[in-house]
Design a protein around this ligand. Structure first.
Ligand code: AMP
Length: 215
């Protein structure tokens, strides 16, 4: 049950309305871990459809400082569809939690509108790497106080050629942030990122055996 893994009442109310009754395996593993200690780095080998958005989204929402009106959480994903889906999902899970602001930042849409949303005190940014880097370079987004970075579908982001953007973004975030990495596969480029940016990560496998020879 969601209550037993420590999820707060306002979030339980919202996810119950969405039809979530019992946690999916990735949620059972990741949620209690991050609720207990949100400084833990996590690598999860999990495909789309396994419930990974709630696995990282629920603890992020619960640990958020809603009184701080600056970017605390960055969620990077490869496509505008996924980026919007994540922003929508987080808005839905936090429907009964006051003061949560989520902004979606992605290419192919008005940058001015996105800047306005970010400047309106968004604490969580769901972004595709190219557009986010553009906003960082224009000094429209400050990520120097970010506490948590999620790389969702990390293998897809690398397949789509976002490696330089990812490195540039990660280098602007504080050293002591915590990082959550979700990927369906673990190619060597990902193990490189894990080595450079993650600190003693907990490894979770959903479905398949997790193999990470270089970390
Ligand atoms: P995701 O892998 O995050 O894209 O989630 C896959 C689908 O499962 C989405 O439609 C979610 O809304 C749904 N979902 C996530 N967690 C649960 C749960 N605990 N119970 C029922 N459905 C869920």
């Amino acid at each position: 049950m969601f209550k037993e893994i420590g999820i707060e009442e306002s979030i339980i109310r919202a996810i119950t309305e969405l039809g979530f009754e019992t946690p999916m395996p990735v949620q059972e593993q990741v949620i209690p871990l991050l609720l207990e200690d949100n400084s833990k780095d996590v690598i999860a080998l999990a495909q789309t459809g396994t419930g990974k958005t709630a696995a990282f989204g629920i603890p992020i929402l619960q640990n958020l400082d809603v009184n701080k009106k600056q970017v605390q959480v960055l969620i990077l994903s490869p496509t505008r569809e996924l980026c919007l889906q994540i922003a929508d999902d987080l808005a839905n899970y936090s429907k009964y939690k006051e003061g949560v602001k989520v902004a979606a930042v992605f290419g192919g849409a008005s940058i001015e509108r996105q800047i306005k949303l970010v400047k309106n005190g968004a604490q969580i940014i769901s972004a595709t790497p190219g557009r986010l880097l553009d906003l960082i370079n224009r000094k429209e987004i400050n990520i120097s106080e970010v506490e948590t970075v999620v790389l969702d579908e990390a293998d897809e982001m690398l397949n789509m050629g976002f490696r330089d953007e990812l490195e540039a973004i990660l280098s602007e975030t504080p050293e002591d942030k915590n990082m959550l990495l979700f990927s369906a596969t673990m190619p060597s480029e990902i193990t490189g990122i894990i080595k450079r940016y993650m600190d003693n990560p907990v490894e979770i496998t959903i479905g398949k055996k997790f193999r990470c020879r270089e970390c």
